[in-house]
Design a protein around this ligand. Structure first.
Ligand code: SF4
Ligand code: SF4
Length: 146
């Protein structure tokens, strides 16, 4: 499957990936409305980690042997048959946070505004490539067959 690959040597920590991800997962898909006019506000599904000069974008790796899939009792977390992405059906999620407890990378967020639901990378279903990849000015995030 095609996977997001991080090249931390090119990441400047600009956080454009977080901004584009939040906008992509908002209702309006317009930046000002997404940040200032929507409730519940969308969450970014990628987070930039920084320490000193080191920074990199961290999001779900869509693990082959994904512990979050095993832990989800409602079946809201599932694998997309076409893309192989691990997806959360937020309508089915009951907010038990078991997935958060078992994910080794800590890349699932709790959305507690509005309906309680797990929030995670979905590889921007419907886009030819994830928006964090499309909008990284330094190609510090790429989308490759692995
Ligand atoms: S949420 Fe965590 S455990 Fe689940 S597929 Fe992504 S990285 Fe793996
Ligand atoms: S929080 Fe939602 S997605 Fe995560 S394990 Fe519970 S029901 Fe499944």
């Amino acid at each position: 499957m095609k996977r997001i690959v991080i090249r931390e040597e090119y990441c400047m920590g600009c956080r454009l990936c977080e901004i584009h991800c939040l906008v992509q997962h908002s209702k309006s898909k317009e930046i000002v409305k997404a940040y200032k006019g929507e409730f519940p506000k969308a969450l970014p599904r990628v987070l930039v980690e920084e320490q000193g000069y080191l920074s990199f974008a961290l999001q779900c790796r869509h693990c082959e042997d994904a512990p979050c899939l095993e832990a989800c009792m409602t079946g809201s977390l599932h694998r997309d048959a076409e893309t192989g992405a691990v997806i959360c059906d937020e309508n089915k999620c009951v907010g038990c946070w078991m997935c958060i407890m078992v994910c080794p990378l800590g890349v699932i967020a709790r959305n507690t505004e509005g309906k309680k639901a797990a929030s995670k990378c979905d590889l921007c279903a419907g886009e030819k490539m994830p928006v964090c990849v499309q909008n990284c000015p330094n190609e510090a995030i790429t989308f490759e067959e692995r």
